[in-house]
Design a protein. Structure first.
Ligand SMILES: O=C(O)CCC(=O)C(=O)O
Ligand SMILES: [Fe+2]
Length: 627
């Protein structure tokens, strides 16, 4: 773990909890833990200064990132009773890691079940978000968590608490110290999830629409709630205190973009108060720019110890700072709890940057560049932007022109000026830019690659085991026709419907018959496809294999029966679950479509689905096999 946020209310009561948590293994966690303990001991002072009834944001940064932290700033946003009472609201800490701006917010919203309380809470949430994010402070990544005080309108308490209490139980054999319940971990019972869907104030209630609008406006998302209510439990136990209706009060929201959520769960074993804490694990995409060589404040990684981190940004003036909402007094960063304490070389770990293998970056750009004869989707090229050539992936190619996406630099090249110059972001241009209809003759070149290296950034599609059969290589025209009529055509129609893409522009980019067996390829690790939309259709009878299926990050596994299949945005992370017995045959089909706008549309649609079932509708039996 490289960044660790602690968001608390009534933080003095949680110091014990944090001490427990600091014992989790691993050097980094231990380091974070030590700093964390030191900070929590300061909590009282913090709380008094901020005047927010113990709201606390602690940000702990792995040592190796410390030198990359800059522009640290902290502020509070009061809400409730016209911002005067000061017992509800939020505190926020923002900072940059290289060029990625991050803001962590700890909030506490209005309590109460009746009248307009639900409405007031959402107004406060909006107020907090507007206070934290405005023109001058548009963060790449936001994480906000705390006691949202969302209620559950259970009709009567009756038997419900028993079901809910049982929702914390783990399957046999899991140590109680590991009692995490939720996405990416042990999931609570179907019954508890049903209660959440039916009674949670925002999921089931009238305010759902309004929350959706807020999330959309601020580009935020909440993971699926697959844990029991986190309030109000008896201390030291997993049963509910029936003086209150149990409710899913404690929640975490995070940015949609640049973030992949790995888990969203509640920690049942941290039972020191009447709430149970909730945590999310996120993978962030960070951006770095090359440093000027003459900069005296940086040294290349591993040659010598690096200097102290940049001093935090000056405190904003009251009411006019980056969080300027009303007449609040600023909190200086030394009073806030962001302390990149120790400093090492600013090398950034690959795992923090991107989970895909980085493309090979040729180190010598001096040899003359070759014009490509032909291109493939997914191929690594140099594409011209203004007067320079930068690494890019081919998204579309029609023989004369190509669409490309310029690449972001992988962490391994940060700090290396020469290598960084091969990335578009080194010019200060928007690194998410796409190049449309670039003429091959004038705007695309082949990068110089070491012998034996493929120019494909990743194999275009992961199904490249020798056992896989490419549909295009099938000699039989009858087989080609079956594929076209039974699979490609109906799927293209379905894609038009589900993804709202014009079916005429959707085409099969590639397709494979894949065989998984215990004596050869058993499964496929998590990856993204190079496609805009992918489909996986089951060819085997379900009695022919045990295990297998397509797995997504939220833990869902799809195993459609023979002739059935799934459709999903190719950018969604997924993998093939290993089979345990027999052989599983599937047909994987990768679709692309006309313009770049298609990709944006598909990605957008796909993101909108996140947190729901998390996948494009399973296509039950698309070929009608077995009917
Ligand atoms: O085995 C599966 O279901 C996943 C296959 C897959 O993702 C692929 O071939 O790209
Ligand atoms: Fe795939």
């Amino acid at each position: 773990m490289s960044l660790f946020f602690v968001l608390l209310k009534r933080c003095e009561r949680w110091s014990k909890v944090l001490e427990v948590e600091t014992r989790v293994g691993g050097t980094e966690a231990e380091n974070a833990g030590r700093q964390q303990k030191a900070k929590v001991n300061d909590c009282e002072r913090e709380r008094n200064f901020v005047g927010m009834v113990g709201l606390f944001v602690g940000v702990f940064v792995a040592e190796r990132l410390a030198g990359s932290v800059k522009s640290v700033s902290a502020e509070r946003v009061r809400s409730g009773l016209y911002g005067q009472a000061g017992n509800k609201g939020a505190v926020a800490v923002s900072f940059k890691i290289e060029e990625t701006s991050i803001c962590a917010i700890s909030l506490h919203l209005e309590s109460g079940q009746h009248g307009k309380k639900a409405q007031e809470r959402l107004e406060q949430l909006r107020e907090i978000l507007q206070g934290v994010r405005h023109e001058k402070a548009k963060y790449d990544v936001m994480v906000l968590g705390g006691d949202f005080n969302f209620r559950a309108a259970f009709p009567e308490v009756g038997q419900i608490p028993k079901v809910l209490s049982e929702g914390w139980a783990n399957p046999a054999g899991v140590a109680s110290s590991e009692r995490r319940v939720g996405e990416g971990s042990y999931q609570t019972s179907e019954e508890v999830m049903r209660l959440f869907r039916e009674y949670d104030e925002v999921t089931a209630g009238r305010s759902r629409q309004e929350l959706q609008e807020i999330l959309k406006e601020f580009s935020l998302v909440e993971g699926p709630v697959r844990f029991p209510p986190t309030y109000r439990l008896l201390e030291g136990q997993s049963s509910y205190d029936l003086e209150r209706q149990p409710a899913w009060c404690d929640r975490v929201l995070h940015s949609r973009v640049s973030v992949v959520r790995k888990s969203y769960c509640a920690l049942g074993h941290l039972n020191h108060t009447d709430h149970r804490p909730v945590c999310v694990m996120l993978e962030l995409l960070l951006l770095a720019l090359p440093r000027p060589a003459e900069s005296p404040t940086r040294t290349p990684p591993s040659t010598s110890p690096s200097p102290l981190p940049e001093p935090p940004a000056a405190s904003p003036q009251a009411g006019a700072g980056p969080f300027g909402l009303g007449p609040v007094s600023p909190v200086t960063t030394s009073e806030a709890s962001v302390t990149p304490a120790t400093v090492t070389a600013p090398t950034l770990p690959q795992d923090l940057l991107d989970f895909e293998d980085p493309p090979h970056v040729p180190s010598s750009p001096k040899t003359p560049m070759q014009t490509p004869q032909t291109l493939q989707t997914g191929q690594l090229v140099l594409a011209k932007f203004q007067t320079g050539w930068y690494l890019a992936n081919v998204l579309r190619y029609d023989g004369i022109t190509a669409d490309v996406a310029w690449l972001r630099p992988p962490g391994t090249v940060w700090g290396n000026k020469e290598e960084m110059q091969r990335y578009l972001c080194s010019t200060g241009a928007d690194e998410t830019l796409h190049g449309e209809k670039l003429h091959i003759a004038t705007h695309v070149r082949l990068p110089e690659l070491p012998k034996g290296t493929s120019a494909l950034a990743h194999p275009p599609y992961p199904s490249t085991s020798p056992a896989d059969v490419k549909i295009r290589d099938l000699k039989s025209t009858a087989a080609q026709k079956i594929f076209q009529d039974k699979l490609a055509a109906p799927l293209i129609e379905a894609i038009g419907e589900y993804f709202e893409l014009p079916p005429k522009t959707v085409v099969v980019d590639d397709a494979f018959i894949v065989r998984y067996a215990t004596d050869s390829q058993r499964g496929l690790s998590f990856h993204r496809d190079g496609s805009i939309v992918s489909s996986i259709v089951t060819l085997s009878d379900e009695n022919d294999y045990v295990g297998g299926g397509t797995e997504f990050l939220d833990g869902s596994v799809y195993r459609p029966s023979q002739g059935g299949g799934i459709l999903f945005g190719g950018q969604r992370l997924h993998g093939g679950v290993e089979i345990e017995r027999g052989a599983r045959y599937i047909c994987t089909i990768f679709f692309k479509c006309g313009g770049l706008s298609c990709r944006d549309l598909a990605v957008k649609k796909d993101k909108e689905e996140e947190g729901d079932p998390g996948i494009w509708g399973a296509l039950a039996n698309i070929m009608g096999v077995g009917q």
